[in-house]
Design a protein around this ligand. Structure first.
Ligand code: NDP
Length: 334
């Protein structure tokens, strides 16, 4: 049946300005790293994308290697885009990335101009898009001069294949250098995509300051720690959970569910209950408490996870006492 999006889709979610750019992103974005590969049913993928768009999520995050196998998530997205979203192209911000191993030989990995240009052409073919909104270098490459990688991003914008460019997984000092090169080239860096959650605080060690100074937005990934910062693992490991499915490619495994983190999740879950939220909602709201954060990219295997996430800012802002209690739980001092 033809997809008719919810007419009230822009009524609830907050849209935040991305750094000093003119672009606003939804506070919650949807990532296609997991659950959009060959093993996943097209019907569920369709439901997830429709649920997100109906809830006001205008930003879908891809990468060349998302699947499995690599490329499959872009192909899945391309099929659904053709069916459901083509008429809404100008309402969507689609990102993709290159930087991890994608094809054999010396040109399918890293940060060379050869790789970044060829990979975006492949991504456009798989998705059926004429251009992406944001093209990222997925990780720094110590074997390529930053000038070459940033020069490739700038060239792709000038060719009309990307509207904006971004960095992912770049440490603070390299991000600052990359931003300076991009500014010099006339293609300012739009956004940085780091891992950031209650359990992974690295961006607080300098990166967020650099991004604020440079006027660059910040969009966090794995802010639910792949499900650990939800109530999902409090009573064991459900058979349909990511940890049970042995997905590989960086997906969390059962052995990585440490008892210490599960105990923290249990205490955080109680605190979230006091705030009238689910733990997932509180974990997302906690990342978004910092005004330097533009958005959080969630992953989802079920539509309810999306509808749950977009309500994360409904509860009152965190008070100092609550933030202190969260720090104490995270430090294991309770
Ligand atoms: P999350 O930390 O949001 O984990 C998502 C998973 O948590 C879901 O698939 C689901 O797993 C579980 N979950 C979500 N909501 C709930 C809920 N309400 N209750 C219970 N369980 C829930 O993020 P991801 O690690 O998936 O990353 C999100 C996106 O970030 C990716 O899709 C990608 O776009 C981006 N990313 C970028 C990286 C980079 O290097 N730039 C690296 C990794 C991710 P389950 O299957 O168990 O239901």
């Amino acid at each position: 049946m033809a997809y008719l999006p919810n007419p009230a889709r822009y009524d609830t979610l907050e849209y935040r300005r991305c750094g000093r750019s003119g672009l606003r992103l939804p506070a919650i974005s949807l990532g296609l790293w997991q659950n959009f590969g060959e093993k996943d049913t097209l019907g569920n993928c369709r439901t997830l994308l429709r649920t997100a768009f109906d809830a006001g999520i205008t930003h879908f995050d891809l990468a060349n290697n998302y699947g499995p196998p690599p490329g499959a998530a872009e192909e899945t997205f391309g099929r659904l885009y053709k069916d459901d979203f083509r008429a809404h192209r100008d309402e969507l911000i689609i990102s993709t990335k290159a930087g991890y191993g994608m094809w054999p030989g010396p040109y399918g990995d890293g940060g060379s101009r050869k790789y970044l240009v060829a990979s975006l052409d492949q991504s456009l073919r798989r998705t059926g898009l004429d251009y992406v909104d944001i093209y990222y270098h997925h990780r720094p490459d110590p074997n390529t001069p930053l000038e070459e990688s940033m020069g490739a991003l700038d060239a792709l914008v000038r060719q009309g294949k990307a509207l904006y460019v971004g960095l992912s997984n770049y440490p603070a000092a390299e991000a600052r250098r990359a931003c300076a090169i991009l500014r010099e080239l006339g293609t300012p860096c739009l956004i940085h995509q780091p891992k950031y959650s209650m359990l992974v605080r690295t961006p607080e060690e300098g990166l967020l300051e650099v991004l604020a100074e440079e006027g660059v937005g910040c969009i966090a990934f794995s802010s639910l720690a792949q499900g650990v910062l939800t109530d999902k693992y409090l009573q064991g490991v459900p058979s349909d959970s990511r940890a049970a499915r042995q997905l590989g490619n960086g997906a969390i495994e059962e052995g990585q569910l440490s008892p210490a983190n599960i105990e923290k999740a249990r205490q955080l879950n109680d605190l979230a209950g006091e705030r009238g939220q689910t733990l997932a909602q509180m974990a997302l709201a906690w990342v978004l408490r910092d005004p330097r954060m533009t958005s959080v990219i969630i992953g989802a295997s079920k539509p309810q996870q999306i509808t749950d996430a977009v309500r994360c800012l409904d509860a009152p802002r965190f008070g100092d006492e609550e933030l202190g209690r969260i720090e104490a739980i995270l430090a294991g001092k309770t």
